[in-house]
Design a protein around this ligand. Structure first.
Ligand SMILES: NC(=O)c1ccc[n+]([C@@H]2O[C@H](COP(=O)([O-])OP(=O)(O)OC[C@H]3O[C@@H](n4cnc5c(N)ncnc54)[C@H](OP(=O)(O)O)[C@@H]3O)[C@@H](O)[C@H]2O)c1
Length: 332
């Protein structure tokens, strides 16, 4: 059997280009004792992957040059050797990387049940993005009924769930997204109270219009100028959740910090960073509650699925152009 792998060849400066990864084909090696062969079915494409390609200190080490590109995935065990953590036929989610097949001992993989939810949902709403949204808005944002919540990247995998959870908890929710159709989706399908199209509208004016009394929680997925605009409208004791800063990930110069940070002082507000992996011991609690909300029709999730390992780069770039809706996934 032949494996196809996307190897990190060159660290990108700015957006990844044709030199960044190399697609290689090789024969699948024999398994060693304790190893399993997983046939990957879906690969998760996440903005964080861009950060993992930089040679900088972060919450996990960078992907080394020559290594398979790190990515979350879900697939089926098709072969084992000796005593293994999982068995042939098991479906697993974990760090399978951007490749068709993955050989692993199974640490950092967990079993998923395709009869309870679609396989792809385990890298979406019931996977890392869903967990980020759940713990980010509930535990870091500490929302309470009646709060005014503003979320950027609102039509994305994390943002769309953040907004819906805040609605379930009785908050007023306003989203920021790029383009009219995404904004319509937020208000018409997901029940947001307002949506600001940052590509065609002035964000500060939009926040003033939809949050006339200010913001209690700002869930930031994008950083940059949008973060700066949100800071102007903080209310007393507001919480700013720093989840991501996608507007800065491909920056060729230094990342731009917020100018309006003194609003934190004036409003006795806080700004806190979060990394989803810190909440791993509690993922199962979140999954049960979110599965319940999905069943009740309170939580809607959208997946945008593209095909083929060969199309990895073009598909990955959609995260930055915004040419996708909901969770971006590559099907093998
Ligand atoms: N801290 C953690 O543990 C953690 C975990 C998961 C994700 N994250 C972060 O959460 C954020 C959202 O991740 P996701 O998986 O949900 O991705 P996503 O929202 O599904 O995809 C990225 C979206 O970002 C928007 N975007 C791209 N460039 C932008 C720019 N310059 N300004 C404003 N918006 C821009 C695009 O939507 P538009 O069409 O609306 O522009 C795009 O669809 C990312 O920053 C990611 O790094 C953090």
């Amino acid at each position: 059997m032949i494996n196809k792998q996307q190897i990190l060849k060159k660290r990108p400066v700015g957006l990844p280009d044709k030199e960044t990864w190399e697609l290689i084909e090789s024969k699948i090696q024999e398994l060693n004792d304790g190893e399993m062969l997983i046939a990957q079915e879906y690969i998760s494409l996440d903005p964080a992957m861009r950060g993992w390609m930089n040679q900088t200190r972060s919450y996990i080490p960078p992907v080394e040059l020559g290594d398979v590109m790190r990515a979350g995935s879900v697939g089926k065990v098709i072969k084992t050797k000796g005593k293994t953590l999982f068995q042939v036929g098991d479906y697993l989610s974990g760090w399978g990387g951007v490749q068709n097949f993955c050989i692993t001992k199974g640490e950092n993989f967990h079993k998923v049940d395709p009869s309870r939810s679609s396989l792809s949902s385990y890298i979406g709403i019931l996977g890392m993005p869903g967990m980020t949204a759940y713990f980010g808005i509930l535990e870091v944002g500490e929302i309470k009924e009646g709060d005014v919540v503003l979320v950027s990247g609102a039509a994305g995998a994390v943002g769309s769930i953040v907004g819906q959870i805040a609605k379930i908890k009785g908050c007023r929710v306003v989203g920021i997204a790029g383009g009219k159709s995404k904004c319509n989706y937020l208000t018409e399908k997901l029940g947001f109270d307002g949506a600001i199209d940052y590509k065609n509208e002035n964000v500060a004016k939009g926040i003033k219009k939809y949050c006339p009394k200010g913001i209690d929680v700002y869930f930031d997925n994008v950083g940059g100028e949008i973060l700066d605009s949100a800071l102007i409208f903080l209310r007393k004791n507001a919480r700013v959740v720093i989840c991501g800063a996608i507007s800065q990930y491909n920056s060729k110069s230094n990342i731009k910090g917020p100018e309006n940070y003194l609003s934190l002082l004036v409003n006795r507000a806080s700004m806190k960073g979060m990394v989803v992996f810190d909440f791993a011991p509690k993922y199962s609690i979140a999954m049960i509650e979110m599965a319940g909300w999905i069943k009740e029709g309170k939580l809607i999730h959208k997946e945008d699925i593209y095909h083929g390992i060969e199309n990895f780069r073009e598909t990955f770039l959609r995260l930055f152009s915004g040419e996708k809706m909901g969770k971006l996934i590559l099907k093998i």
